[in-house]
Ligand binder design. Structure first.
Ligand SMILES: Cc1cc2nc3c(=O)[nH]c(=O)nc-3n(C[C@H](O)[C@H](O)[C@H](O)COP(=O)(O)OP(=O)(O)OC[C@H]3O[C@@H](n4cnc5c(N)ncnc54)[C@H](O)[C@@H]3O)c2cc1C
Length: 493
């Protein structure tokens, strides 16, 4: 994955022998590494199996703000889950921020952790009402915030809420520090090792080798086991497109001490990276029909308000979103022995991975806090909190499966110009086609290898994306994002 962060994490071998450990962690992102750190600290021998490279997943596309004011969350959590649960989540997040800071200090992890002022703002009247409600919700939960006047933003705003206690960091430098710690405690890491099978309670077979462990943690971002667990019914993926830019001379100090996040639909976030500014564009469900270039939306915004800016880097990333607004951590399923999962970080995975890793590790180490465990339990059933999103997800799944069967939105291969792609029908088969700059065709099957939804062409990233669960494939069928664990088949021209 393209990343703005410097990756100096060492490389590790592919799994090439049978291994044994206390806990096997599948996935080497921030979630897997927090689990590995916690368990190693408690004297466990851990092994990590990573499909690509440690830190090559979503963590490398994070904007990495540590913050408890996660847009309009507490007003929603109180309505959906009640005050106690909302308070627990708030306290857990504040604790995670403090603990992350402590870990970086105690383990000497230099990850550019810096304090930032944080401001949530709106340009709309309805947004001002939402912000007022969020302020009241935060106060109910014991956090004082204040409305502030903003001069710095280059456009008019309606209301702005200032939040204390936020930090910025470099997620790959943090991951590097955690990796070094785990290795120093005797942990083993294997890269380029994709796990596709299910653990049977004591052992899992990977690439013909046996891995024996007392516990298994699935930290693969989107869980790769569909049955049991049914995580494909509980999660969808939401993508953001990001442009990092150098501001013009007049705006060179913009966002120098403050991180800004707009709460309105189709809005932007600004976060400083050294001399440059990272502008995060609107949320889009992965695989949404690509009518307009998502990068162009950000460029239009920058042209209007940051005239004379210089584009430095662009990338996109996606995260798992849960139906009821809280992450999942705990037993993967009652039907899988000793298998745990942490996922569904709702774009706040630097802190949420810390919280959920603690929940799982406490469970493994028999130090569970039942109340906390129940809040994040993957099998929690809060019907009213999740019903709307669950129906929405089911609707997208049904549309994706039907599109695949009916080939609804196919167009003709002859209409695809150079440097363009589309999903089309050839001899009754749905295929993804990309015509390169020389007119050469790259053709893959147009059906997602995860659960069979119809793929869609993403012209911003030259990829074929699944709207159902967010798997993404490049023009040669290689997996860019899971839950798919199988490449899309290449079709000979
Ligand atoms: C645009 C964007 C901005 C964000 N900004 C913030 C922010 O400001 N603050 C914040 O707190 N959070 C933020 N987040 C969220 C946070 O970055 C993510 O939630 C977090 O990085 C996810 O970490 P992870 O370890 O679950 O996933 P990953 O980093 O993707 O790690 C999972 C790893 O598992 C591996 N894997 C997958 N399948 C297999 C398999 N079958 N076998 C072996 N290995 C496998 C992958 O290769 C990958 O390396 C943001 C997210 C996005 C998308």
């Amino acid at each position: 994955m393209k990343t703005i962060w410097k990756n100096n994490i060492k490389s590790f071998n592919k799994l090439n022998k049978n291994i044994k450990c206390d806990t096997l962690i599948i996935g080497g992102g921030i979630a897997g590494l927090w689990c590995a750190y916690n368990l190693s600290k408690q004297g466990q021998k851990v092994c990590i199996l990573e499909a690509n490279k440690v830190g090559s997943g979503v963590t490398s596309g994070s904007t990495a703000i540590l913050n408890y004011a996660q847009l309009i969350i507490y007003d929603t959590l109180i309505k959906k889950h009640g005050e106690k649960v909302a308070k627990r989540y708030l306290d857990d997040t504040i604790n995670a921020i403090n603990q992350i800071k402590n870990v970086t200090e105690s383990e000497n992890i230099d990850c550019n952790l810096n304090k930032t002022d944080f401001v949530l703002f709106t340009t709309k009247t309805c947004g001002a009402t939402k912000l007022k409600k969020e302020k009241i919700a935060l106060e109910k939960l014991g956090v004082e915030t204040k409305f502030v006047e903003l001069e710095e933003l280059p456009y008019k705003i309606k209301k702005a809420l200032s939040i204390k206690g936020s930090y910025l960091l470099d997620p790959l430098l943090l991951l590097n520090g955690l990796t070094n710690y785990v290795i120093s405690k005797g942990g083993e890491i294997y890269e380029n090792t994709m796990v596709t099978s299910q653990p049977d309670g004591k052992v899992i077979e990977v690439d013909g080798y046996k891995v024996e462990a007392k516990n298994f943690i699935i930290a693969t971002h989107y869980p790769y086991i569909n049955f049991p667990g049914f995580y494909f019914l509980k999660l969808y993926q939401s993508q953001n497109y990001i442009i990092v830019f150098k501001p013009n001379e007049k705006q060179k100090n913009f966002a120098a001490n403050t991180t800004y996040e707009c709460i309105d639909k189709n809005s932007f976030e600004y976060r400083r990276i050294g001399k440059n500014i990272l502008c995060l564009g609107p949320d889009v469900r992965t695989g949404t029909k690509p009518y307009i270039s998502k990068y162009q939306i950000i460029r239009d915004h920058l042209n209007e308000y940051f005239e004379g800016y210089e584009e430095i880097f662009r990338f996109s990333a996606q995260d798992c979103i849960t139906a009821d607004g809280l992450p999942y951590a705990g037993l993967y399923s009652d039907f899988l022995d000793n298998v745990y999962v942490l996922t569904g970080f709702n774009k706040w995975g630097i802190t949420n991975s810390f919280i959920t890793a603690e929940v799982i590790c406490n469970k493994i180490l028999n130090k569970s806090n039942k109340k906390q465990e129940n809040i994040y339990a993957p099998d929690r059933n809060n019907f009213f909190a999740s019903i709307i999103k669950t129906i929405e997800n089911l609707g997208v799944d049904i549309a994706g499966w039907s599109n695949n069967l009916l080939n609804v939105d196919s167009k003709k291969i002859t209409r695809i110009k150079n440097n363009q792609g589309a999903v089309v029908k050839i001899n009754g088969m749905r295929v993804g086609v990309y015509r390169n700059e020389n007119g050469k065709l790259h053709i893959i099957r147009g059906t997602c290898t995860h659960l069979g939804c119809a793929l869609r062409w993403n012209k911003d990233e030259n990829s074929f994306d699944c709207p159902c669960h967010g798997s993404r494939f490049d023009i040669n069928g290689n997996i860019l994002n899971n839950p798919a664990i199988k490449k899309a088949e290449k079709i000979k021209t």
